[in-house]
Design a protein around this ligand. Structure first.
Ligand code: GNR
Ligand code: NI
Length: 186
C-alpha cells in the first residue's frame, strides 16, 4: 500500500518547511531528477503542500524549501477542499504555444512583489505523479503560467529574471526591501 499524499487545505501555525527568499543562494541551484518516487518523496510532497497552503500560495517548488529535487506542487483552487492538488515530479515541457500571454506574477520567495511576465499561453508537460506514474497534461491560462514559473524554480530561475520592464522591476524590489542585484539575466 502506498500512503496518500493528500493533506487538509488549511493554514498551520507552524508549517513543516521554511521558504527561502530572493538573495538566498539555494534558490539559484538547479534541482536533480528524482530517481525513485518513494515514501520519502511522498512525505516531502505532503510537507510542501502544507507549507504552500500555510503561505497562501498556489504553487511551490522543492528548491524554495532548500530541497534540490525536481518536485513541484500546484493547487489553483486552494479554497475548494475537494479539488486535488497537482504533483509534478521530473517535469519536462513537450511543447509550447507560439503565442505568449502576459500575467501578473508573484512568488512566495519574493513576498509582496507582483510584476508582469510574458510566457507561452499553452504548455504540454510530461511528468510523474506522486505514485511514480507517467502523466501528460496540456495547460492553459493560470495553470500554464504556474507550471512554467515552478519549472523555472527547478532551474534556479525566478520570475523577476524574466520581467521586461526593468524600471518597474527595480522600483517594486526596492519598495519591498529586496536588492535589484539579486536579479539574474536569463
Ligand atoms: O502563489 C503563487 N502565485 C502565483 C501567481 C501568479 C503566477 C505564479 C504564481 S506561483 C506563486 C507561488 C510560488 O512562488 N511558487 O513558486
Ligand atoms: Ni515562486
Amino acid at each position: 500500500m502506498t500512503a496518500q499524499v493528500l493533506v487538509e487545505k488549511k493554514k498551520l501555525e507552524k508549517p513543516p518547511l521554511t521558504i527561502h527568499t530572493l538573495g538566498d543562494r539555494v534558490l539559484r541551484q538547479p534541482a536533480k531528477r528524482v530517481k525513485s518516487v518513494d515514501a520519502e518523496i511522498r512525505q516531502l510532497v505532503r510537507d510542501m503542500l502544507q507549507t504552500m497552503y500555510s503561505a497562501d500560495g498556489i504553487g511551490l517548488a522543492a528548491p524554495q524549501v532548500g530541497v534540490h529535487k525536481q518536485v513541484i506542487v500546484i493547487d489553483c483552487e486552494p479554497d475548494k477542499p475537494e479539488a486535488p492538488p497537482l504533483v509534478l515530479i521530473n517535469p519536462t515541457i513537450k511543447s509550447t504555444s507560439g503565442d505568449v500571454s502576459p500575467f501578473q506574477e508573484g512568488c512566495l520567495s519574493i513576498p509582496g512583489v507582483y510584476l508582469e511576465v510574458k510566457r507561452p499561453a499553452v504548455v504540454e508537460v510530461s511528468y510523474r505523479d506522486e505514485y511514480g506514474r507517467p502523466q501528460t497534461l496540456k495547460a492553459t491560462d493560470l495553470l500554464a503560467t504556474v507550471i512554467q514559473h515552478e519549472m523555472d524554480h527547478l532551474n534556479g530561475v525566478l520570475f523577476v529574471d524574466r520581467v521586461e520592464n526593468k524600471l518597474a522591476l527595480t522600483e517594486e524590489l526596492v519598495k519591498h526591501k529586496f536588492s535589484p542585484k539579486a536579479v539574474k539575466a536569463v
